[in-house]
Structures are given as C-alpha cells and as structure tokens.
Design a protein around this ligand. Structure first.
Ligand SMILES: *Cc1c(COP(=O)(O)O)cnc(C)c1O
Length: 614
C-alpha cells in the first residue's frame, strides 16, 4: 500500500490505520471523522485543523533534548527559548503555546510593534521576551514599558543607530531598563533559501568594528550592565548542521572576547532559529541531515569547548526556533471538487453505427486488453489517438469521433493501469505522467500554502481515507483561483498518486500537513479567497468521543472581505438592490433574487462541494 511517506514526515503525530489517517494520540480519532463532524454543521470549503497537543509535544521534545545534552556534557549554563511571532501570530496558536509553557523559560520574540504588544500581553511572568529587527524610538520605548511592567525583555540591537536611540530613551524614561542584546554579523554564511540572514553581507547585525564601538558607547552611557546577550540567526530550515557549528564557534569566541573586555553581565548566547522540519514524502529526499538530539548535542558541546579553551563562564543557551515548534500543529484539509477526466466514462461514449475504422479498432483494444498484452495495446491506442487527432485537423472525422477517441484512450489507460497495478513498469510510470488526473481542490494555494507559490516548498499531502486501496491516478492538484500558478503539478521524481473517485457520489479529502509555520499570515487573498475556517481539536479523556472542537472561526464572509478592502459595503448592498428593483423581473422574482443574494453575501467565498448529500 502507498503510505505517502508518513514515516518520513509525521514524526508519529499521525498514523495510518484501517485505511484512514488518524491522530496518533489518546483515542486516535480519524481526521476524516473530525472533518465530517464540522462539515455536518454546515462549514464547507477548506478547513484548517489545529492540534494544541502537538504544540505541547514539540515544546517537550525541545526542552528534553537540551536538558539531555546539558546533563550529558555537565554544562553549567541553562536553556531558554522564545517563539518568534513572525512564524505564527494567530491567537489560536499563540495562546495554547503560552498555556503549555507555564513554568518554563519560554516566551515570545517580536519583530514589530504589533508583535511586541502580543508578546507583552501573553508572555508568562518570568519568561523571556526578545525583540529583533529594525526599531525606531517608539518601538524602543515600548520595550522600556515592557521592562517597567516586569518583563524580562531583551532588545537586540541590529545597528549602532538603534543603540543611540536606546541610550536616549534610557535617559528619558529611566530605570528599570530592558536588557540589551547585540546581533552579530557573522563571517560564516547562512544556508538555504533564507541564507541572507547570515554572512558578511547579511541584512542584519554588527561587524566586529561596530561591536567594539557599541561596547564603548554602552560603557560611556553606563548601560554596559544591561548588555546580556549576543545573537545570530543563520537562516530558516537549516538542512546541514555544519554551518551552524561554524557559526557557534565564531560567536562563542566573540562571547569570550566581549566578556574579557568587561561585559560581565553578558551571559547568554542566542543562536536564533533554523531548526529544520522534515517535509519530505519521498525516500532519499530528506530536508535535513540531523536529528533534534544531534542538534542540541552539537550546540551544547561546541559552546562548551570554546568557552573551556578561553576559561570563561559557560553561557546560557537561548534559541528562537519557530518552524520546529509550530509547523506540525496544523493540517489543511481541502475537499476535492472535481476530477477533470471523470467525464471519460464508458457511458459518455457516443458510438455510431459506422465508426471510423481506427475508432472501431480502439474499441476492440479496449474490450480485449489483458495483463499480457497491456503495454502493446496501450502503445497502439496512443498511436491511434495521434492519427485520429490528425484526421480531425484535416476534416475527415467529426467532433463526436474526436470525443470518442478521447474517451476510449482514457478508458484504455485506466484499464491498463489497473491490470498492471502490481508492477512498477517503466511504461506505466511514463504513461501516467502523460495522463495526469487533475484534481480540483476547494482551497487557494496562495492563501493556504504561500511558500509553495513563493519558494517551491512542498508540503506532505495525502487523502484522508481509502488508504487500504492502492491509488492509481498520477495526480496534479489545482486550486480554485483562476491563476495558473495555483497548480501543484505531477512530478515524476516525487510522484503523487491518488484514488479514482467519483466525486458526484462520494467525498474525497486531501490533507496538507505541517502547514503551521509561516503559511497563515503570509497567505494572500488572491481572488479574494480568505483564511479558511479554522478550529482546534482538544483531547479530553473524559469526553465520549475523546476530544472537543474549540475556537471554531468561520472563514470571513464576502461582505467582510470587501469591507477589509475599504469598499463601502452598505453602498454595494444598496446598488445591488437598486439594480434588482430597476430590472424588469416580477416582484416575486425580485424578492427571491434579493434573498438569494443576501445569503451569498453572508457566506464565505469558497465553493460549496457538490456531492450526493446536497
Ligand atoms: C525567522 C527568525 C527565526 C525563526 O526561524 P525558524 O527557522 O522558524 O526557526 C528566529 N530568529 C530570527 C531572528 C528570525 O528572523
């Protein structure tokens, strides 16, 4: 059976059992069961399903991995972390996260004023806040306000001008001050598509010369005692651990040098984010060449070595992993609306009494194809199709003949694939590339998988059921935007096979996994498709079905979407009503049309799936 590479990417969060994808937790409900429960309440279109227990799981793994490494190497510093809000700012992620880290040194990282306000409101008492990115005086003042509230906040300086502003604000607002961090511009370069975060030409950070100058200015303004952290971030989704080790060596040495220069309160090395997530569904296509315990072990060991050589205090280790903490908690479920070649059904044939000889032959091929002659007949039928299409261009056969050709060739291919389904015949693979089935999904890739569109990032995808049946169709996926970029094409090197379903009779859902990092706020409203309807699945042993649906938030309705764009929706309603009033239709019709229109305006813009029960 095809397992969609679940063993590579799911980290045991999800499993396949009884032909269904199940949540591997407590009573192990099937994803399909959860989705159907929501749909029965009338929520159609794509669904974003959150699993707060998976946030908890990641946090536990992270803290346990570092605890193990710290114990193993008898490391003296402690471990602290923050969640970088830019990776997921949604309240239904952030609030459960803050809930499960109570008692841990785990807070939030902010890169803008709005994010800082979220951090100031929701970071638990005594947990850290860090602030990165470019800051004006107002944002720095906000950091001082956080410090006055009692937050353990560190403002990371990206350039000397920011330091100047901090010195000014400190004079104006007085103590208590926030802590100050310095971002290091590394000599060693970053990796991956996000590599611009590191390296000598990086967007962020201080050169060594600027570092020396920063220390001098801090000393002069009596703020050196506030300087507690140095920071770097080599980029997201680090595939190989060696650039990180190199960066740690560089930063470890800077740490010891700065301490020797008198920065006695510098006790913390912040290694940024970058811990990778395994997205691959295919053997040999791994996105990272290390495990979490190798990552934590390498970080702790490297820092220990450097500091020992320089006889300095072992620093606290601080990390800002976002992707690792949030990616797995969310699954996008998209209903399949249509299979485009579904019309190629035997019933659709319009055979004549006298068919052109090649069509008669194709019909014969279709009826007599067997496992033995499958490949030969397949080639014959493709040759016939070529000839028939030429005959059509030359005017020798009509549109009905052409339609029969299309249908017959599809029927033959389907039959051949079925006959040979247990053999990985090269011809079959090649043929499947040519006859992809296009699955139309009720979602927008621009809205829900923007990194697919922007960076070519692929996410694991699989059907929620029928997993005890072998999928036979090579699939390309299409979203409902009218943009040709809204397509995930079939890739013979990383093939996706799906089931042959008749969506007029039965439902078929695809799940996209690991979509909890970066995809939500980055998503765009191309064609005005909005954030999908979302909800959280909260497990509770005491309940009959073992879980509860919480925080259900319906996708925005059409009027609200237009309102967000600053359309005057009252005016839109008035104009539409006027146009109906002015039309020549009867009063009864006017009433009915207006009623229908109002219902649509109050619904979200996704399509309503067309299946048997509607
Ligand atoms: C984006 C970012 C992170 C998060 O990176 P992940 O790869 O998601 O772990 C951490 N720190 C900084 C400074 C960032 O800009």
């Amino acid at each position: 059976m095809v397992d969609y590479g679940i063993k590579y990417w799911s980290n045991d969060d999800f499993i396949i059992e009884d032909g269904l994808v199940k949540v591997n937790y407590q009573n192990k409900p099937a994803l399909l069961e959860i989705v159907q429960e929501i749909r029965e309440k009338g929520y159609k279109g794509p669904l974003l399903v959150r699993f707060p227990h998976l946030i908890h799981k990641q946090i536990n793994q992270l803290f346990n991995a570092f605890k193990t490494a710290i114990d193993e190497y008898h490391y003296k510093g402690s471990f602290k972390a923050v969640f970088p809000l830019k990776v997921n700012q949604m309240p239904n992620f952030v609030l459960p996260l803050m809930d499960c880290v109570q008692g841990l040194s785990y807070g939030l990282e902010a890169g803008s004023k709005s994010e800082l306000i979220v951090a100031m409101a929701y970071t638990n008492a005594n947990a850290p806040i860090t602030v990165n990115g470019f800051k004006d005086k107002e944002m720095i003042s906000l950091g001082f306000i956080a410090a006055k509230m009692g937050h353990h906040i560190t403002l990371t300086i990206e350039g000397l001008n920011e330091l100047e502003s901090i010195i000014q604000v400190a004079k104006e607002l007085g103590a208590p001050y926030p802590n100050i961090g310095l971002r290091i511009r590394l000599h060693s370069t970053g990796t991956g598509v996000w590599g611009k975060s590191g390296g000598i030409n990086a967007k962020f950070g201080l050169t060594s010369t600027e570092l020396l100058e920063a220390i001098r200015r801090l000393e002069d303004s009596k703020l050196l005692a506030q300087f507690t952290m140095i920071h770097f971030h080599i980029g997201s989704q680090i595939s190989d651990i060696s650039p990180l080790k190199k960066a740690i060596r560089e930063v470890g040495n800077i740490y010891t040098e700065l301490r020797k220069m008198g920065a006695k309160n510098l006790t913390c090395v912040n290694i940024g984010g970058g811990l990778a997530v395994e997205y691959t569904q295919h053997e040999g296509e791994n996105n990272r060449n290390y495990t979490l315990s190798e990552f934590s072990g390498d970080v702790v060991f490297s820092l220990k070595e450097i500091v020992r050589n320089k006889q300095e205090k072992e620093p606290d280790i601080f990390i800002e992993s976002g992707r690792f903490v949030s990616a797995n908690h969310a699954v996008l479920v998209a209903p399949v609306l249509e299979l485009f070649s579904q019309e190629y059904d035997e019933k659709a044939l319009r055979l004549k009494e006298n068919n052109p000889p090649l069509i008669a032959e194709m019909l014969d091929l279709y009826q007599s194809v067997s496992e033995k002659n499958a490949i030969e007949y397949l080639h014959d039928s493709l040759d016939h199709m070529e000839s028939l299409l030429t005959l059509f261009d030359l005017g020798y056969i009509d549109l009905t003949d052409r339609s029969n050709t299309e249908i017959l060739v599809h029927l033959i291919i389907k039959k051949v694939i079925k006959l040979l389904k247990h053999k990985n015949h090269n011809d079959i693979i090649r043929i499947q590339e040519q006859v992809q089935e296009r699955y139309l999904l009720n979602c927008s890739f621009f809205q829900s998988l923007p990194d697919y569109w922007g960076l070519g990032q692929s996410f694991p995808v699989m059907p929620l059921d029928r997993l005890n049946r072998r999928p036979t169709r090579s699939a390309s996926l299409w979203d409902i935007t009218c943009d040709s970029d809204g397509e995930i094409a079939f890739d013979a090197k990383k093939p996706l096979y799906l089931h042959d379903v008749d969506v007029m009779k039965e439902e078929y859902f695809l799940g996209f996994f690991l979509v909890g990092a970066y995809q939500e706020v980055l998503g765009m409203r191309h064609n005005l498709f909005t954030h999908p309807t979302e909800f959280s699945v909260v497990f509770d042993d005491d309940l009959n079905k073992g879980y509860e649906i919480e925080n259900l938030l319906e996708a925005q309705n059409i009027l609200d979407v237009l309102d967000d764009l600053d359309y005057d929706t009252k005016e839109i309603e008035r104009i539409l009503k006027q146009r109906i009033d002015d039309s020549g239709i009867s009063d009864d019709d006017k009433k009915e049309v207006l009623g229908m229109l109002y219902v649509m305006l109050s619904e979200n813009g996704y399509l309503r799936t067309i299946t048997k029960d509607q």
